[in-house]
Design a binder for this molecule. Sequence first.
Ligand SMILES: Nc1ncnc2c1ncn2[C@@H]1O[C@H](COP(=O)(O)OP(=O)(O)O)[C@@H](O)[C@H]1O
Ligand SMILES: [Mg+2]
Length: 236
Amino acid sequence: MPVITLANTKGGAGKTTATLILACELARRGNRVTILDADPRGWISRWHAIAGAGKLISVSSGVTEETIEDMTAKAKKRGGYILIDLPSSHDALLAKAVGLADHVLIPVQGCAMDAAGGADVLELLNELDARCGIQVAHSVVLTRVNAAVTTRALQAAKDFLASRAIPTLQTPIAERAAYRDIFDKGGALQALNPEEVSNLGKALDNAAQLADELIALLPQKAARPAARKPVMAKAA
Ligand SMILES: Nc1ncnc2c1ncn2[C@@H]1O[C@H](COP(=O)(O)OP(=O)(O)O)[C@@H](O)[C@H]1O
Ligand SMILES: [Mg+2]
């Protein structure tokens, strides 16, 4: 039951979009996914209200600093993956959501650390380690990367982050119409109509690659697909 917290104190960094991309891809693989919508603006809850997204994805709305621990514990009972979509505030809610995470994913556009919004989160992670000895695994994910961007420019952004010893996913999230349309149309990314959404296939491939890389970074007790039956122990 890994908990993944999406954090960046800058609005528009791509937290909510990355949450939905991951939720849809993890569910496509047969995993239960619970999204804790901790953003009072409720984008994920609005998306879910449009068309739902199958039985595997459940959304808990209105999660606050007061309820996040209980909601996380409840979601853990349900099993599967838990994704926390945060608002862009720098407050106790952020600190709690980071403390609860098995992995903190920090979406960042370009290499300017999103005007320090990503740096805020990294600072918080460092403080947790220095003051409380709590080490939370984390990585930056480059978002809204123009598909036409040269590999060299992308590598420069990765090198910049590496030079500051900031763990960064190899897979960036590209700028795709599908990642915008999903908020208007509701439902899963995979349910969008390829005739209506340009480059849907590329958006789905990107989602799969992102999930592959993230899953490999999660604790080994990672969520089992909902459909898989327990393995029976063999008699001695
Ligand atoms: N990879 C992407 N491709 C296309 N549009 C994106 C992408 N990531 C974010 N956006 C758009 O950018 C805006 C801000 O993204 P959002 O995920 O809401 O950021 P945050 O949750 O960090 O505030 C939204 O309008 C969203 O549709
Ligand atoms: Mg958001």
